[in-house]
Design a protein around this ligand. Sequence first.
Ligand code: DX5
Ligand code: ZN
Length: 218
Amino acid sequence: MEMKIYPSILAADFLKLGEEIKKVENNVDGIHIDVMDGMFVPNISFGTPIVKAVKKVTDLYLDAHLMIVDPDRYIEDYAKMGVHGITVHYEATTHLHRTVSKIKELGCDAGVSLNPHTPVFLLEEILPYLDRVLIMSVNPGFTGQKFIPSSLEKIRKLKSMIDEKNLNVTIEVDGGVGLKNIRDLYLAGVREFVVGAGVFHQEDSAKAAEELKKVGLG
Ligand code: DX5
Ligand code: ZN
């Protein structure tokens, strides 16, 4: 699979969200949507009204990252709004197999995310049912945090689990991703890169996204 860049709108200027998305639209592969409930993570971001607004301005792949307690309550709403992928947290979901099956039934790609402290071996049984695993390389909640270096080793472990079972699961990374680490992450097996500050906090967000993509391939 070719590498993909998904800018996180959490780092965008909310008052100009439409323009911010339009600026990067031709240089990215999707939009990452960080939904936070102030319970699972110590921050509240936004919910369905913003997602509906985003859906109106772009046809890009919408990658919803639900950082919320008991995400089953909202999966159907997000699928109906037209997001393409729904990722829930391992730590926030009691019946993960049921949740993942529901996401697939609703026609979306199913992802499971792991916080930095959660080991990849816990995914052993659920892995064959997933389209993506999202490795958090910061403690989720905020944009602009520092990449946790041990995430690289964790990604390598996950990659061997996937290869060993010959599965078609994509590894995505989220948190502190930028020019400094994108190549190492690519080599470790990541193919989907969520970037917040590294795109939207740059002077030219479109160019920043383009540069990131080049480094990953070069
Ligand atoms: C973190 C969010 C991320 C965040 C990434 O809680 O899930 O998607 O916006 O932002 P950066 O790339 O700035 O770390
Ligand atoms: Zn995210």
